[in-house]
Each structure stands twice: as structure tokens, then as C-alpha cells.
Design a protein around this ligand. Structure first.
Ligand code: GRF
Length: 196
């Protein structure tokens, strides 16, 4: 049993529905983590607006304000260090994590992807799966490495594709599954991790 709660930073670029489900889970009495920071590369992200409403520490870093990716990531790293972040949770963050962050946060960055990896990595995963005609799809929480959606799998959740499903209804079902499995995976991470 940990003697303190894990501190997470959520990275997002848009809507932020996964952020919202993580936030709500973090407020439960038996949660073993807190959202310490919300970081976005998009100052107008809806998720960022919501995180401000919740009174969380929020930061926007525009990639265009930095010449090199390394400088951009070093600026983010400063904030992560200031807040002693244990785990970065990517939740609809539309940028590849570069070497600078990967090195400092090795095995401490996780992501959620809307397919059953290793099938359908990359963009529009729900559409890729739907167009392929799979009978089951779902979502995957995985560690982030230098590849695209190739890191070690932490958890998966399966969704059945019915003949009546449209791309819209399938995407909705997958998103609902994401909202359950992502907070669970964060709890699982902190149950097994020794916090310093
Ligand atoms: C989700 O489908 C997630 O799997 C993917 O990006 C989307 C983010 O949605 N990585 P939201 O911003 O959390 O609503």
C-alpha cells in the first residue's frame, strides 16, 4: 500500500472526455492518484477549459512558440519537474512524444488508443476497424515508447461490433469503454509502482 497518492499529468489536445472520466475517478475516496496538472498543446482545447473550471493547474504549450521539439519538450519538462509528476497520461494528445520526454519519463507515460492493439494503430482507429469488418473492437491502455501505439499493453476492453452498428455507434461504445478502462489502468499502475 502506498503512503501517498500518485501525481499524474494529463496531456490533451481536444474534447477531453477521457480527462473528465479520470478526474471524476480521482475524486473518489478510494482513488490512489490525483490530477496534479493538465497540459495541452492547444490553448483552445475544450478539455483545458473544463480543467480550469475544475480549478486544476493547467498549462498550454504551443509548439509554434519553439523552434525545436527539444525546446518545446524541455519547457514541458520544467513544469512536470516543478510538480513532481509520477505519471503522464496521454488522453487525446495529438503529438508524438519525443526523445526528451521519453528519456526522463521512461515507463512513466501511458496512452489510450481506440482499438485492440496491435490491430489498427495510428489515426482513425475506429474507422479502420469498422471498415475492415471486425466483429470485436475496443480500446487499449499502453505504455508509450518511440513507436506509434507500439508500447507494452497495460489493459484492454472489448466491444462487440453488431451488424446494426454504424461507425458512429461503434465509436460511441468504444469511448464509453475507454472511460472505464483508463481510470482503472491508472489505479492499477499505482498499485504496482513504488512511489519515491
Ligand atoms: C480517444 O478516442 C482516445 O482513444 C484517443 O483520442 C480520443 C480522445 O478523446 N487517443 P477525448 O478527448 O478524451 O474525448
Amino acid at each position: 500500500m502506498q503512503n501517498r497518492k500518485g501525481k499524474i499529468a494529463v496531456f490533451l489536445s481536444g474534447r477531453g472526455s477521457n480527462f473528465d472520466s479520470i478526474y471524476k475517478d480521482s475524486l473518489k475516496h478510494d482513488s490512489n492518484y490525483n490530477i496534479e496538472l493538465v497540459i495541452s498543446d492547444n490553448p483552445d482545447a475544450d478539455g483545458l477549459v473544463k480543467s480550469r473550471e475544475y480549478g486544476l493547474n493547467t498549462f498550454a504549450f504551443k509548439r509554434s512558440d519553439y523552434v525545436k521539439k527539444k525546446e518545446f519538450e524541455l519547457a514541458i519538462l520544467d513544469v512536470l519537474n516543478d510538480h513532481k509528476i509520477d505519471l503522464i497520461c496521454l488522453a487525446g494528445y495529438m503529438r508524438l512524444i519525443g526523445k526528451t520526454l521519453l528519456k526522463k519519463y521512461e515507463k512513466r507515460i501511458i496512452n489510450i488508443h481506440p482499438s485492440l492493439l496491435p490491430s489498427f494503430p495510428g489515426l482513425n482507429a475506429q474507422k479502420q476497424a469498422y471498415d475492415y469488418g471486425v466483429k470485436f473492437s475496443g480500446c487499449t491502455v499502453h505504455f508509450v515508447n518511440s513507436g506509434i501505439d507500439t508500447g507494452q499493453i497495460i489493459s484492454q476492453s472489448i466491444v462487440e461490433v453488431l451488424s446494426s452498428d454504424t461507425l458512429f455507434s461503434l465509436s460511441k461504445k468504444i469511448l464509453e469503454a475507454e472511460h472505464i478502462v483508463y481510470p482503472k489502468s491508472i489505479r492499477k499502475y499505482f498499485k504496482t509502482m513504488e512511489l519515491k
